[in-house]
Design a protein around this ligand. Structure first.
Ligand SMILES: Nc1nc2c(ncn2[C@@H]2O[C@H](COP(=O)(O)OP(=O)(O)OP(=O)(O)O)[C@@H](O)[C@H]2O)c(=O)[nH]1
Length: 312
């Protein structure tokens, strides 16, 4: 092992599993570390970039598009760029929720020059206690993500009963018996255990002829200059999610309600919808509102009409 190589953590897991939440908890708990962060998102517009807690000693690189299928030049270029900087101590990569993480893990194992700068990654696969069972039924990707973790973290455990949690543990173990299993909730994420590197040798190696499969998800991003009415937006989206949204697996937005000094974040995971306050708008901000819908057979016109009906 190269002693100058720095630690790398990859966060994978299905849409809405809690990857950004874990990333933010790591940033908050290790204030003295300087993090290089790579966000791999679908859609042309970054929303996750806006959801990461601000830490002046860290920097974020965005890598849009699918990096699941092969060693991807733009991802390797991003790693090269980071390797040439000396203002970071640890690298964290948040993979998109809709892809097999093989293409993110593969370069670290196969490109020798990378090993001079980066350790073999600690891969944390996050499974949402409330939704993983149904996600595994609709998505092969959800299963593949679990299979790649050397650690599996079951999030949102406070949302399920103890006997449900036991059967979820058994279920995820079936997909990856070698992984260390951890559980937690938003306010009690076992960061130290998740980041401990002593078990990395159990990281599953890639099958020599692996053919990554991914589901045919698409993302629609919509951006508006107009301000939104928070209540209207919540109630229309809530009704939409309950009544019509079989094919929307994830929805996220950062929006402006001009009566409020803060950015507002609205997001759904399956049928649940949440609004949270984020940082305040700065003087001179354009106050654009951005939304992304992720799923199958999506029609942007319908989303656009619904969102426009929620302007202030
Ligand atoms: N109740 C509860 N909610 C959680 C927990 N972890 C995350 N969440 C919520 O779940 C939603 C999705 O969390 P994110 O961290 O954005 O999920 P993600 O995996 O980054 O989502 P994508 O990047 O879109 O795939 C947010 O509303 C979080 O606040 C948890 O342990 N308990």
């Amino acid at each position: 092992m190269n002693t100058n190589a720095k630690p790398v953590t990859i966060l994978t897991g299905f849409l809405g599993a809690g990857k950004t939440t874990v990333l933010n908890a790591i940033l908050r708990s290790k204030k003295d570390s300087r993090f290089a962060i790579i966000e791999n998102e679908v859609g042309e517009i970054s929303i996750d970039g806006e959801l990461i807690v601000k830490n002046t000693d860290s920097f974020t690189e965005l890598n849009n598009g699918c990096i699941c299928c092969s060693i991807n030049d733009s991802f390797v270029d991003t790693l090269r760029k980071i390797s040439q900087r000396d203002d970071w101590d640890e690298l964290i990569i948040e993979a998109t929720g809709i892809a097999n993480p093989a293409g993110i893990i593969e370069p670290f194992k196969q490109l020798q020059w990378l090993q001079k700068y980066f350790q073999i990654p600690n891969v944390i696969a996050i499974a949402d206690a409330k939704n993983i069972e149904s996600q595994l039924k609709v998505s092969e990707t959800a299963a593949t993500q679990l299979a790649f973790g050397n650690k599996i973290y079951i999030s949102k455990t406070e949302e399920v009963l103890e006997d449900e949690l036991q059967s979820i543990k058994k279920l995820v173990k079936d997909f990856n018996p070698l992984a260390q299993l951890h559980t937690g909730s938003k306010s009690a994420i076992p960061i130290a255990e998740l980041l401990k590197s002593d078990e990395l040798s159990t990281s599953p190696s890639l099958p020599s002829e692996h053919k990554p499969k991914h589901d045919h998800f698409e993302a629609i991003t919509l951006v508006y200059d107009q301000a939104f009415d928070e209540q209207k937006l919540f109630s229309r989206l809530y009704t939409f999610l309950i009544v019509q949204s079989a094919d929307v697996y994830r929805f996220k937005g950062v929006f402006n309600d001009s009566r409020r000094p803060n950015k507002l974040v609205i997001q759904s995971v399956m049928k649940s919808l949440y609004v949270e306050e984020a940082e305040t708008w700065n003087e001179g901000d354009e106050r654009k509102s951005k939304f992304v819908f992720i799923g199958k057979n999506l029609q942007s016109k319908g989303f656009d009409r619904m969102l426009k009906s929620c302007f202030l």
